[in-house]
Design a protein around this ligand. Structure first.
Ligand SMILES: *[C@@H]1O[C@H](CO)[C@@H](O)[C@H](O)[C@H]1NC(C)=O
Ligand SMILES: *[C@@H]1O[C@H](CO)[C@@H](O)[C@H](O)[C@H]1NC(C)=O
Ligand SMILES: *[C@@H]1O[C@H](CO)[C@@H](O)[C@H](O)[C@H]1NC(C)=O
Ligand SMILES: *[C@@H]1O[C@H](CO)[C@@H](O)[C@H](O)[C@H]1NC(C)=O
Ligand SMILES: *[C@@H]1O[C@H](CO)[C@@H](O)[C@H](O)[C@H]1NC(C)=O
Ligand SMILES: *[C@@H]1O[C@H](CO)[C@@H](O)[C@H](O)[C@H]1NC(C)=O
Ligand SMILES: *[C@@H]1O[C@H](CO)[C@@H](O)[C@H](O)[C@H]1NC(C)=O
Length: 601
């Protein structure tokens, strides 16, 4: 039998750098990786460095904002266990706007872990983000998010804006996070006079005119939440003292909230935010409990690799999401994520479920129970949601009936073999659902069809007495929403196909002293998104490839080297945009952008 020491070493391989449960002095709901003593990197960078996530410029960012509202400026030092910080929100006076952006600007210097943070307006989440890890010379970053979908809230007065970022500052952890929040308001529908034509690259992203709906009676012109924002948003979230997110501690930890919606609602969409922490931060690399138990390991990072965030209505599953595996800036190898952070790290995706087919159930004037759970989840997940509702102002009551509400089919298959520390673990999961229902409002009688297909595959392999570990995961989601009139004419349609593969190979060797080891890691992940509204199609490919090594002691990266290659390419919709960035050991070595649809980038 192998001695306990190599067993623990194994765990540090892909469950990177340490296990909070064993040695981490921090509360388990924080991350535990950071870099220190980065002599090479620090001698090179003497100025604060900008870290960034690669995304396309926002469609209207070439416009001059009609107004700007700085709403929050604060420092997050020792904020562990404290309630979120608040500011009072009033929309800017005498400002005509159609679109809005939330700009987060942050900076930190010193020694600190990565942290999770969120911003809420009146308890409705509008941004989930995580921090960069600071260096002694300091880092800063900017996040700009299109928040037009929250227009209903942004037009209200006297709302509480809350931001939560739990951090620890003491003799060892010195990094304080300074965060500023500003809202920018744009009047996209006005004449083009304010377009800045000097910025050719960005002007290609002039918003496309809203397509005229085929049937002029239908009240919204697009199923995209930012293009036709909801008339009412009801947060499904916690009370606020510990943040508005629900902290889900395990698979049986189902959170419910009773909600009654207005009787004149004609469309409903639930938008779910989630992030994974503690023992589930790297859920896609967690071996089954049997492996941990039989090998006598002390880690609690188990329960296999299947995770699905499930939304229930009156205890029936109405939708779900397999989350995109966002890697925080301390994750896998922290040297990968400077200055380019991982896909989604500064703006975690939210997941939408079209609930219109269920209006026949929801419009009975009674309170209905919305719930969230994480299939196979372990501690802990931070989950909350916003219920977006569209209201028929011409009538007090609309009529709706479900047509087809069949319980989604789902199956999860798990297979594994292992001998001592080596083994192979395979998980396959599938879910399919088809829902439809009609809603007769003052605009007419329309039937909404929603079909969703979700496929998941994950294989983990341990070799070389557990010292070499590979993770290979594929996720495919296909979602189609169609709205038809009572003459079966297609009014609106939306299809979204997303793929997000992930592969990680990692191996460790003992270091020169007994308490260090060297980890060599390769990582490849991407998100591909194909969208179509029946007329316009667009394709996004966003992929990162990183490799490197590091010498690790306890939670510290003592030395190492890493490089990353990222390709971001969007085609169709309102133009083309592609960008390729290469970075090595903390510096960008090539950054090439093209706006030509003929470009090979
Ligand atoms: C935040 O705003 C304050 C006051 O305007 C400014 O001094 C500070 O540099 C800003 N910090 C960041 C990170 O943007
Ligand atoms: C703003 O809201 C708070 C509590 O929700 C209330 O106490 C206060 O009176 C309101 N202020 C104004 C000016 O309406
Ligand atoms: C901010 O507002 C939330 C919600 O009202 C509240 O729970 C929390 O205690 C407030 N934070 C502070 C610092 O007062
Ligand atoms: C559909 O809704 C409209 C507006 O509320 C109403 O006038 C009409 O009678 C409804 N149609 C039926 C068949 O109930
Ligand atoms: C659209 O509205 C017109 C005028 O109100 C009405 O005559 C027509 O029947 C409506 N069409 C549908 C599909 O509801
Ligand atoms: C609405 O359309 C559906 C499907 O065409 C039909 O079954 C239903 O009776 C209609 N409802 C009303 C109120 O007309
Ligand atoms: C940077 O990358 C682009 C695209 O891959 C390539 O065409 C260009 O030659 C590279 N430039 C340098 C300086 O390496």
């Amino acid at each position: 039998m192998p001695s306990p020491a190599p067993l623990l070493l194994l765990l540090t391989v892909l469950l990177p750098l340490s296990t909070a449960a064993i040695t981490d002095p921090l509360p388990p709901h924080h991350h535990y990786r950071f870099t220190k003593n980065r002599l090479r990197l620090q001698t090179a960078a003497t100025q604060p460095q900008e870290h960034f996530e690669i995304t396309r410029p926002l469609p209207f960012s070439s416009l001059t904002p009609s107004c700007t509202l700085p709403i929050f400026s604060g420092k997050f030092g020792n904020t562990i266990g404290l309630p979120p910080s608040n500011a009072t929100y009033y929309p800017p006076a005498k400002c005509t706007w159609s679109n809005a952006v939330l700009h987060l600007s942050a900076a930190s210097a010193g020694y600190q872990y990565d942290r999770i943070a969120a911003v809420w307006l009146s308890g409705a989440e509008i941004l989930r983000t995580s921090t960069a890890e600071p260096t002694d010379n300091g880092v800063f970053w900017n996040v700009r998010k299109d928040v037009t979908r929250y227009s209903f809230l942004l037009r209200q007065s006297n709302l509480t804006l809350s931001i939560m970022l739990e951090n620890i500052v003491n003799d060892v952890f010195t990094g304080v996070y300074q965060v500023n929040l500003t809202f920018l308001y744009y009047d996209v529908n006005s004449n083009g006079a304010s377009f800045d034509d000097s910025n050719v690259a960005l002007s290609l992203f002039h918003p496309i005119p809203k397509s005229t709906p085929l049937n002029l009676n239908y009240t919204i012109s697009s199923l995209d939440l930012n293009e036709s924002p909801a008339d009412l948003i009801i947060p499904i979230s916690a009370t606020g003292d510990y943040g508005f997110w629900f902290r889900i501690e395990g698979e049986s930890d189902v959170r419910h909230e009773g909600i009654r919606i207005p009787l004149n609602t004609y469309r409903a969409v639930i938008e779910v935010y989630c992030s994974f922490h503690g023992n589930d931060e790297f859920w896609y690399s967690n071996p089954p409990d049997a492996y941990i138990g039989i090998n006598g390991l002390r880690t609690r990072r188990g329960h296999g690799t299947y995770r699905e965030v499930v939304v229930t209505l009156d205890d029936n599953v109405v939708g779900s999401a397999i989350p995109f595996p966002v890697i925080f800036t301390g994750g896998i190898n922290p040297l990968f994520w400077e200055p380019v952070v991982s896909i989604g790290a500064f703006d975690l995706p939210s997941y939408e479920v079209e609930l219109t087919p269920f209006l026949g159930i929801l419009l009975d004037g009674k309170t209905h129970k919305f719930g969230f759970a994480v299939t196979d989840g372990i501690a802990f997940w931070l989950v909350d949601a916003n219920l977006h509702l569209w209201i028929d102002k011409n009538v007090d009551k609309v009529q709706a009936r479900p047509v087809r509400l069949v319980n989604p089919s789902s199956c999860i298959k798990r297979e594994f073999t292992f001998q001592e520390l080596d083994g192979k673990f395979e998980v396959e999961g599938k879910r399919g659902s088809e829902f439809s229902g009609w809603v007769n409002s003052s605009a007419g009688n329309f039937t909404t069809y929603v079909s969703t297909k979700l496929e998941f595959e994950n294989t983990i392999q341990f070799r070389n007495n557990g010292k070499t570990k590979t993770v290979s995961q594929e996720v495919e989601v296909k979602n189609v929403v169609k709205i038809r009139s009572d003459t079966r004419m297609l009014i609106l349609s939306n299809s979204l196909e997303r793929k997000y593969p992930l592969s990680i190979t990692s191996s460790t060797q003992p270091g020169s002293t007994h308490d260090t080891y060297t980890a060599t890691t390769k990582l490849k992940h991407s998100i591909t998104e194909e969208k179509s509204d029946g007329r316009l199609k667009s394709t996004l490919v966003n992929s990162q490839k990183a490799e490197g090594w590091m010498v690790v002691q306890d939670h510290d990266v003592l030395s190492g080297s890493a490089s990353i290659y990222q390709r971001y390419s969007i085609r169709g919709g309102s133009g083309c945009y592609s960008r390729i960035v290469l970075a090595a050991d903390g510096f960008v070595t090539n950054d090439t952008t093209s706006i030509l649809c003929t470009s090979s980038l």
